[in-house]
Write a protein that binds this ligand. Structure first.
Ligand code: SF4
Length: 87
């Protein structure tokens, strides 16, 4: 895991580039953008991972892209036509 660059520990929390960072959440586990700082894990791209996932999958997550690519191979229209024909 990479180490957060330019981050500093302040009384308000860990701050990087003027943003106060919230720690990474469970769903971030396995993402390449995770970075470690001072014994905690943060996202190197977003200050608040919880809000990145609040509307569904984080669009910058590197660890869930493969699943999406595999799912995209199934064309829903063709699949429903096949199902309608009973094969
Ligand atoms: S890019 Fe998304 S999934 Fe990856 S660590 Fe950041 S918030 Fe988590």
């Amino acid at each position: 895991m990479q180490t957060l660059q330019n981050a500093t520990r302040t009384p308000e929390g860990v701050v990087m580039n003027g943003f106060t960072l919230s720690p990474a959440i469970d769903k971030c586990e396995g993402c390449d953008r995770l970075a470690e700082f001072d014994g905690e894990t943060f996202c190197s791209s977003y200050p608040n991972p919880t809000s990145k996932w609040s509307g569904g999958r984080c669009n910058f997550a590197t660890h869930v892209k493969l699943e999406v690519a595999a799912a995209a191979k199934v064309n829903p229209l063709k699949a429903s036509k096949r199902a309608a024909k009973g094969r």
